[in-house]
Design a binder for this molecule. Sequence first.
Ligand code: ADP
Length: 450
Amino acid sequence: MEKISKVLIANRGEIALRIIRACKELEITSVAIFSEVDVEGLWVRKADECYPIMGDVIKAYLDYEVIISIAKKANCDAIHPGYGFLSENADFAKACEENGLIFIGPKPDHIALFGDKMASKVAMKKVGVPVLEGTDEPIEDKKEAKKIAAEIGFPVIIKAAFGGGGRGMRIVRAQKEFDSMFDSATNEALKFFGNGQVFIEKYVENPRHIEVQIIADKYGNVIHLGERDCSIQRRHQKVIEISPSPRLSQDVRKELYRISTKAMFKLGYESVGTVEFLVDEADNIYFIEMNTRVQVEHPVTEITSGIDIIQRMIEIAAGDKMKYMQEEINFRGYAIEFRINAENPQKNFMPSSGTIEKYLTPNGPGVRLDSAAYTGYKVPANYDSMIGKLIVWALDWDGTVRKARRALDEFVLEGFPTNIELHREIVRDEDFKEGNLTTSYLDKKMDLFT
Ligand code: ADP
């Protein structure tokens, strides 16, 4: 890899540390940035160089002019955006290019296309990917919207066109609920995404959320690294992710791989990416969105495929050819990821924060922990509540479930409430063990668990 020898990491927390580790293994110099409240961040210490960004602590990781100027001053040749923050900002990717810096991710046009859920559905449909019935254009007129919803047939879901993180979505089960749901979806979209555009699509009852990990280089080589089952969600946000899906027919699996790789090839996609689908009870598959970044849940795929996704992402950005072709990828076993969140399940999952007083982490065979936490670390209240990810792996599903129980039981994290106990209860649940998982699994069971 000639073109990249020094990378600025435009992120924080566990993903910043994860990227630093990938850089070290590729013998690339890593440069960290940090806000005023992140001085004690582990990634700041582990990077080869670090630079503070003073002022607003959220803006620190979003102010791309400042970030680009640091990268240039530090003589970096590339920027890795991680997930969240600037990772899906097409203008940032473009600004990197204009400043002679490689953006480690897809082309700006692809980021922009897939950042618009409606436009991406249209584009994917054109290349043969099944999508849910719904509107192709933003609808502002409520009356018109209601008419369309009735034509599609209730239940429908109203979604923010530029949404994410489960926000700006409303399920409408009957016509009389439509008006108020439309207003609240639009308002939430405007509040969180600065754009109130919404669209409507058919709501699928009890689907599984299955997503395909893709890697594509600049020379038309597209491979998949298998699927992840992210059905365990709370309010449409992922809590546990599994690879491969414990209950997916081989036919459906193959079809998902085929249409995902074909679509990415036809659209000329480059870099890593995730094609997300819903699979209904009759095994029909529907594309819902494409994520143009490395995802939180990438480790389960790394473990089952043996491929370091971040390293390959950096190589591809540098213009290298795909290092491992499809025939060279061998999938082994099952991996489960548990998102460890600083939040209080007793208080409606309100984010918590504070100092980690005791921290004894699980270890041993088949256990991986991606986290930037340590004893004495003060978790700032300013950012996302996820403080790490516990990932377990074993050859068979039952063994993986038992390993998950063992590893979660070993986990000691004291100082503030977390969701570790919730995970312990989930992995002892019979339906979890049987792999009976749909996107409503956790919301339905929540009363039992907490
Ligand atoms: P976000 O970008 O906010 O994560 P997604 O479009 O990826 O939103 O959807 C997140 C989750 O919302 C899905 O995993 C699923 O649980 C639910 N969802 C989204 N669209 C539908 C739909 N049409 N029918 C049923 N559930 C849906």
